[in-house]
Design a protein around this ligand. Structure first.
Ligand code: NI
Length: 375
C-alpha cells in the first residue's frame, strides 16, 4: 500500500470512530481492504474485530496486534478529517494502530512467498474497556502464536522516534470497593448509632500508607481512592458509607501483596470503629512485561531502518495487550506520533507521517522474528 493510500485509510478511520464492542463499520472497512488485497481472514465468530493470516501455513507463527475502538470524547482537534460522530473520537490513536498494522499486513502480503512461517494480524475490539484481548484469545486462533508485537501512539515523541522499554512497561489495573455498614441515628445522638464516616476517613488515610510503608521503595505501585460516598444531609448519621479506587502495580507479586494488605486494612479498620465492611476486589489487566532480548533486537532493527530509538519510561496505565503475553512472550513499542496532547485528550492527534515507517518496522520485525524462530 502506498504512503498516500495508507494515510487515507487512517483518516477514514479517524472520521468514523466507534465505541468498544460497536466497531462494526470499522471491522467491515478493515476486512474489505484485506480481502481486496487477497489477505486470508480467519473466522473469529465475533461481531467485531478481525484476525488475518499471512504465510504459506507452515513454520512458526508470530502476531501483530492493533486495537480499533474509539472513546466517548468530543473531538476538538479542528482536523479536516475530524470525527464525524459527535461525542465519539479516536482519542487514543487506535485508528493509527489499525492503519499501521493494515500497512504492515500488506507489506507482508507482498513477501508472503518468502515468509518462513505465519504472521497473524490482530485487529482487536474493545481495548478501552479491557475486554477485546480476552475475546480474541478465546477464539483459540492465537494458541499457536509464539511472539506478540504491538505498537502504541506516543504524543511526547515526534514521528520517526520509537520508544522501547525492556521489561515491565505498563501496570496492572485493578478496581476495589468497600461498603461499610454502621447504624444510622440522629446526628445529635452519635452514641445511639455507629457512624461509618470516621471509619471511612480512617481507611482513606491508612490506605495511603500501603505504598509508602509496605511496598519496597524499588518497586512501583499506586493505591488511589477515587470515590467516597456517605449520607444525604447534615443532621442524619448515615447507616452506610462506600469507597472505590484502583490498585496499580508492575509485578504480580506486588499486586497480590497490596490486595491482601488493603483488604486487611479495610476490614480491620472498619471493625475497630464498630462497622462491618464488605470488601470487593476485581482484577483487571495484568502488567505488560516486555521480553528484554526481543526489545534489544527490535531496537537494532529500528535503528537500521532509520528510526531514532529511545528507551522510554514505564507507565502506570494498563493495556490488555498483557492478555496475549499469557500465551507467549512479546513486546509493545511506543510509536512517536507527536501532537503534544495526551492520549484520551480531546485535542489528541497522531501525525500521519509516522504511519509508513511504523508499518515498515512492524512488518520487518515480524518477518525477522519469524526467521529466528524458524531457524
Ligand atoms: Ni490506547
Amino acid at each position: 500500500m502506498e504512503r498516500s493510500r495508507l494515510i487515507e485509510v487512517f483518516q477514514w478511520l479517524h472520521r468514523h470512530p466507534e465505541l468498544a464492542m460497536e466497531e462494526r463499520k470499522t471491522t467491515a472497512f478493515i476486512r474489505n481492504i484485506l480481502a481486496e488485497n487477497g489477505v486470508r481472514l480467519l473466522e473469529t465468530g465475533l461481531e467485531t474485530g478481525v484476525i488475518a493470516a499471512l504465510g504459506k501455513g507452515e513454520g512458526p507463527t508470530v502476531a501483530l496486534r492493533a486495537d480499533i475502538d474509539g472513546l466517548p470524547v468530543c473531538e476538538q482537534t479542528g482536523l479536516a478529517y475530524a470525527s464525524g460522530r459527535p461525542g465519539v473520537m479516536h482519542a487514543c490513536g487506535h485508528d493509527f494502530h489499525a492503519a499501521c498494522m493494515l500497512g504492515a499486513a500488506l507489506l507482508l502480503k507482498a513477501r508472503e512467498a518468502e515468509l518462513p512461517g505465519t504472521v497473524k494480524v490482530i485487529f482487536q475490539p474493545a481495548e478501552e474497556v479491557n475486554r477485546g484481548a480476552a475475546l480474541m484469545v478465546a477464539t483459540g486462533l492465537l494458541d499457536d502464536v509464539r511472539l506478540f508485537l504491538a505498537g502504541h501512539t506516543y504524543p511526547w515523541y515526534e514521528a520517526g522516534i520509537l520508544g522501547v522499554r525492556p521489561g515491565p512497561m505498563m501496570a496492572s489495573a485493578d478496581r476495589f470497593s468497600a461498603k461499610l455498614t454502621g447504624k444510622g441515628c440522629h446526628a445529635a445522638n452519635p452514641e445511639r448509632g455507629i457512624d461509618p464516616v470516621p471509619a471511612l476517613a480512617a481507611i482513606v488515610t491508612a490506605a495511603q500508607s500501603i505504598v509508602s510503608r509496605r511496598v519496597n521503595p524499588f518497586d512501583s505501585a499506586v493505591v488511589s481512592v477515587t470515590r467516597v460516598a456517605a449520607g444525604n444531609t447534615w443532621n442524619v448519621t448515615p447507616e452506610t458509607a462506600e469507597l472505590e479506587g484502583t490498585v496499580r502495580a508492575m509485578t504480580e507479586a506486588v499486586r497480590c501483596d497490596i490486595r491482601r494488605r488493603l483488604e486487611a486494612m479495610v476490614t480491620d479498620t472498619a471493625r475497630a470503629y464498630g462497622c462491618e465492611a464488605a470488601f470487593e476486589y476485581e482484577r483487571g489487566p495484568s502488567p505488560v512485561i516486555n521480553d528484554e532480548a526481543l526489545c534489544r533486537r527490535a531496537a537494532s532493527l529500528a535503528r537500521a531502518q532509520g528510526l531514532e530509538v529511545r528507551e522510554n519510561p514505564p507507565s502506570m496505565i494498563a493495556e490488555d495487550f498483557s492478555e496475549y503475553l499469557k500465551i507467549a512472550p512479546g513486546a509493545m513499542f511506543r510509536v512517536g506520533t507527536g501532537g503534544g496532547y495526551d492520549n484520551h485528550h480531546p485535542r489528541f492527534t497522531a501525525d500521519p507521517e509516522a504511519l509508513m515507517p511504523a508499518a515498515a518496522f512492524f512488518a520487518a520485525l515480524a518477518e525477522r522474528e519469524l526467521r529466528q524462530l524458524a531457524a
